[in-house]
Design a protein around this ligand. Structure first.
Ligand code: ZN
Ligand code: ZN
Ligand code: FE
Length: 763
């Protein structure tokens, strides 16, 4: 006697928009099962009836054979009454209230689609919006869940007969591909001049490529927003773009057709190649090849260049016209959010771009390109956005629904639900009013999309942060919500702990530029003994005045003077080094008066400020035009293999304070001896590595802890990160770094969320 069963399966995870239902459909047919499959906003529901052993095989094969993009987090199976299904079908989506069905990030165009686009016999020959179930836009076009065409910005395009046939044919590779389209029925490409006049051409992309070749600047609409593009070999065009964008030195990202093309101007390690080719297609920071074949104005003063491979069919189409690389920088005005709407692009980029390559497909969720840098063989996020957002990070355990407000700079917010942490797109510096508006919008739309009503709102302790003000206002408007402030550097360490699923106490290095400290001073060179719910300060760089406060961040020479004054006192006036000779004595005197009289000179222990000071003193630069510039240029000139040391040491206090005076005196002595900057920089890095490793040994003696967590933007410095990780491992430490969220303030919100959850648990 054969047993027949009727089962209901509920499957959760990232399974919408990856061809999951077609996969189930085919699998059910394979085992002659009857029933149906549907997308609901809480996941995929399957009803099946059939022979017991067939149902068993069916259930077992789901996790093994699921489409490559699917991430299954849970399968639950129940017995249900027989409904006597006649066949197996895919049901039209139903909506319910529990929106835990996850949304996929945007996926780069697949090889099959690219080859179809270049195939003259294919009906989508040269169609720049070609996609299939395995590739194409996802999050950027989703208006609401569940993921169906009528809830995306593709809803205005009614599929033609041929497309509909593919869409409804379970054997077709475009079966239920929501953005499915062709020239006949789908989005179209238009080339316009800056006054919105349409340029008449049968081949807008081809024409755009020709214009790029001639040196014009073109605004190109992509997946997450507009790029501003120029030929990367054309020095004049790159400089013109800098001038018009008012972005004098901050590096531009470039895009090349293939790995082979990239190898002409950059060095690629195996793992970097893997990142470049990944479905997410981030910008990867690669070591420049010398001599550098592209325009030197792309990343001046930097030893790295940000590179990506094409991720839309249009990119492939443009690049096949034999460019070594195209500059592809975010289409925005300095510090403003990326432009994503056509109208807005014409308004805002009018004075930058000569031409606009636009489409009539709306971008619902704008996204900047993600940026990673490989350190110690692993990718580290500088920015986590397109390709990754809104995929959740999985936490070790379920936590309440929390809104974590992040920091004010490089802002990213985080919403939590169960064991999922949803980090937002890169929002930017919310001090800019337009970015602050975007900040509000991002929070609102993410709450709606994931159906999250926070019980807790977490934010930075900084009383002057706009995000703190936002949290206070939010708590007032939502009575009953628990508002929990979190210390900046605790959040950094906690974020790295959460990523690595660590709950036990650690030695946490939190090294950055600026963060509000427990004593009201500006912290940033911190060693914390931390758990998720508490921390103690173990050690820090000795406080140094920041004459001019915020001005000292933009003008590293001020930190140079401050550190020299700290190291030499009044003898600073007798120092005969080029750095001081180039600054008016009056300016130096004023600054020292400010320091002595404690006027507008807050104290800082920031590691970023130490880098600024050394960069200034060694003559690298006195002023910056983008965040972290002085530190990056110092790293770029430094010989990372140098094994010499400057003097360092510390007191034996309960909280160790590390005096960098001896190091500064050593640097000055080398400058006087005309030692090369690459050597001084190398010695500086090596000293920090030895010093922090030794400090860690001291911390271990005091606490017995053996796990070390490295967090904060300073760890994007490859020489320091690699050297310190190795030195710590040599000393027997277990070292944990960021790999899922940025080490800088872009990861702060995750830390705030887990700390707040831990504190709320105690209450
Ligand atoms: Zn495809
Ligand atoms: Zn069509
Ligand atoms: Fe920070």
């Amino acid at each position: 006697m054969e047993t027949f069963l009727s089962k209901k399966l509920t499957i959760k995870g990232m399974i919408q928009g990856v061809g999951f239902r077609p996969f189930i459909f085919n699998l059910a047919h394979q085992f002659l099962l009857k029933g149906n499959v549907s997308n609901t906003s809480s996941g995929v529901l399957i009803s099946v009836e059939g022979r017991a052993k067939d149902i068993e095989s069916f259930c077992n094969l789901i996790p093994d054979k699921a489409p490559p993009l699917a991430v299954i987090t849970d399968i639950s199976i129940q017995n249900i009454p027989f409904k006597k299904f006649k066949d197996f079908s895919i049901l039209v989506s139903s909506t319910d209230n529990d929106k835990t069905g996850m949304i996929l990030p945007d996926i780069s165009v697949c090889d099959k689609c690219v080859s179809e686009m270049f195939d003259p016999l294919n009906r989508r020959f040269q169609y720049p919006f070609i996609n299939c179930t395995k590739c194409g836009p996802r999050y950027s076009i989703i208006e609401d869940l569940p993921y169906d065409r009528d809830k995306t910005s593709m809803k205005q395009f009614e599929m033609c007969e041929a497309c509909l046939l593919e869409y409804t044919d379970c054997k077709n590779r475009r079966f239920h591909a929501q953005p499915n389209a062709c020239e006949e029925c789908g989005p179209e490409l238009l080339l316009c001049d800056r006054d919105e006049n349409i340029i008449k051409t049968k081949n807008p992309a081809g024409k755009a490529a020709a214009l790029l070749k001639q040196g014009y600047i073109i605004a190109i609409k992509g997946i997450g927003g507009f790029h501003l593009s120029v030929d990367a070999e054309n020095d004049h065009a790159v400089k013109l773009l800098r001038e018009r964008k008012m972005r004098p030195e901050k590096p531009f990202a470039v895009m090349s057709f293939s790995i082979k093309d990239i190898k002409e101007y950059a060095l690629i390690e195996k793992k970097e190649e893997k990142s470049l080719c990944s479905l997410e297609r981030p910008v990867v920071l690669l070591q420049k090849k010398i001599p550098f074949l592209l325009s030197k104005a792309i990343a001046p003063g930097n030893s790295f260049i940000g590179v990506m491979l094409p991720y839309t069919p249009l990119h492939y189409f443009l690049l096949q016209e034999k460019f070594s690389a195209l500059v592809m920088t975010s289409g925005n005005i300095s510090n403003e959010p990326i432009t994503a709407k056509n109208k807005e692009a014409f308004e805002k980029l009018h004075n930058i771009a000569d031409y606009f390559l636009i489409t009539n497909r709306e971008i619902v969720h704008p996204l900047d390109d993600s940026v990673v840098k490989h350190i110690s063989g692993a990718p580290l996020f500088i920015r986590r956005s397109r390709g990754y957002v809104p995929a959740p990070l999985f936490l070790k355990k379920n936590i309440p629904q929390i809104l974590a407000c992040g920091g004010d700079l490089k802002s990213v917010i985080c919403l939590t639900k169960n064991n999922n942490a949803f980090l937002s797109r890169y929002i930017g510096n919310i001090e800019n009013p337009e970015v602050f508006t975007l900040y509000h919008e991002t929070i609102k739309h993410m709450q709606t999309l994931f159906n999250i009503e926070p019980e807790i709102i977490a934010h930075d302790f900084h009383p002057g942060y706009l995000s703190t003000g936002f949290a206070k206002k939010y708590a007032k408007e939502n009575p009953g919500i628990l508002r929990i402030p979190v210390w900046h550097h605790h959040a950094h360490v906690a974020a790295c702990m959460a990523e690595n699923m660590i709950e036990d106490p650690v030695i946490g290095f939190a090294m950055d530029g600026t963060g509000y400290g427990v004593d009201g001073q500006i912290w940033g060179g911190e060693v914390l003994i931390a758990e998720t719910d508490r921390f103690q300060r173990g050690a820090h760089l000795k406080y140094i005045p920041m004459p001019g406060a915020a001005a000292a961040v933009k003008e590293p020479w001020r930190m140079g003077i401050s550190y020299l004054y700290h190291a030499f006192g009044e003898d600073i006036y007798d120092l005969d080094i080029p750095f001081l000779q180039k600054i008016e004595e009056k300016k130096i005197k004023t600054l020292i008066q400010m320091i002595s009289a404690k006027i507008n000179s807050p104290l800082t222990s920031g590691m970023g400020r130490l880098f600024d000071a050394v960069a200034a003193i060694t003559g690298i630069r006195n002023n910056i035009t983008y965040t972290g510039q002085a530190a990056m240029e110092l790293e770029a000139v430094s010989d990372g293999h140098n094994k010499q040391l400057y003097k360092y040491g510390w007191d034996n206090n309960e909280i160790i304070s590390i005096d960098m005076g001896p190091l500064i005196r050593g640097v000055v002595s080398d400058i006087k001896k005309r030692v090369d900057t690459s050597v001084i920089g190398g010695k500086f890095h090596n000293t920090l590595i030895r010093m922090l490793a030794d400090l860690c040994v001291t911390m271990k003696k005091r606490t017995g802890l053996n796990r070390v967590v490295l967090s904060g933007g300073v760890f994007l410095n490859k020489i320091l990160s690699t050297g310190l990780t190795n030195a710590l491992k040599d000393n027997g430490f277990e070292v944990f770094t960021h790999h899922l969220t940025p080490a800088g303030d872009g990861g702060l919100a995750l830390g705030q969320a887990v700390v707040a959850a831990a504190l709320a648990r105690q209450k």
